[in-house]
Ligand binder design. Sequence first.
Ligand code: F6P
Length: 388
Amino acid sequence: MASTSTNSTTSCDSSAGDIKRIGILTGGGDCPGLNAVIRAVTKTAIMNHGYEVFGIEDGFLGLVQNRITQLTGDSVSNILTVGGTILGSSNKCDPLHYYTGTDDDGKPIHKDVTDRCLDHIHHHHLDALVVIGGDGTMSVSKAFVEKGINCIGVPKTIDNDLVGTDITFGFQTAVETASWCIDRIHTTAASHHRVMVVEVMGRNAGWIALHTGVATGSDVILIPEIPFDYDVICGFVQDRQRRGKRSSIICIAEGATPKGGQQVVRELDPSSPDPVRLGGIGKVVADTIEECTGIETRTTVLGHIIRGGTPVHNDRLLGTRYGYHAVRLLSEGKRNRLVVMRNHSVTDVSILDAANKQRIVPLDDALIESARAVGTCFGDIPCCRKDR
Ligand code: F6P
């Protein structure tokens, strides 16, 4: 990767001397590399600028509940390679719509508790917050920005769906882990001459399924951006059988849908600002294939396995570079920026640009084109082989 760019088109309305204490939190679903960012922010801030750093526990929940403790160099020692987050995280807390229970009809009750958070920020004399998260975290941060709190965002999520950045940390580890799993599924699929459907996370974006599918040579890749046709998939699998390929691997994103169909919802979590939890489309596809083709078909849902574990080296590098850049922005007096990767350089954009948006796979993505060229089926158009 190229070195850190200085290309920061930022508003510069506070002097560098304004910062003495910073708060740091990890919001949303966890992912590998969070600790690398926490370490980089804390060490850069303390060792290079003399700032004091305060860790906020469990994302915005810790801000609401005033669970904030000082971090030292020792607190972040030996965490670079460790998955998860030493601060804890929550994907359920939006202080603007804080869940307080249900009414008599079972409907969720939400309350705006941002003022309570502001009290806690002021109580600890925090001059800025480093918010490490995805689109949900950036959306919540917007409320604090509007109330005058300087928020510097760092883009996290295995889904890789944050607007403004070419890559989020955590994504590459998720793809690596999913690929490791599918490599193993290949051999059992071959032994039993089965179709194996492997479902991966990613919400409404197909980045994980696309990259994992291509990296593992999956025969079919199904992503939310390309609605699929059952006839195309079944025809493709049968065509493979006719050519002597007795097993097939289908890598499917949890958000994939058949043409004219709907996403499969695993559960609705009313206490979460984003209550929909996807999951289950893999089994639906597997059942349909078995019924239509008569070929024995199995489903594996990788689920949270791909969110855990030690980050791959690239996520450690990304986390370190992103964390360093976040503190550098503060030291330069910048406000309300999101650290991003653009064309292999670390730079930054307005944090408001990333709020409430998701970056999905464009249909002209080069990887889709390359995969189609090597015979991968995306379930949308018949893909008959000409090399027989
Ligand atoms: O955003 C990360 C993610 O893992 C998604 O890929 C997935 O849809 C969701 O979080 C799962 O959320 P939870 O951990 O609440 O089940």
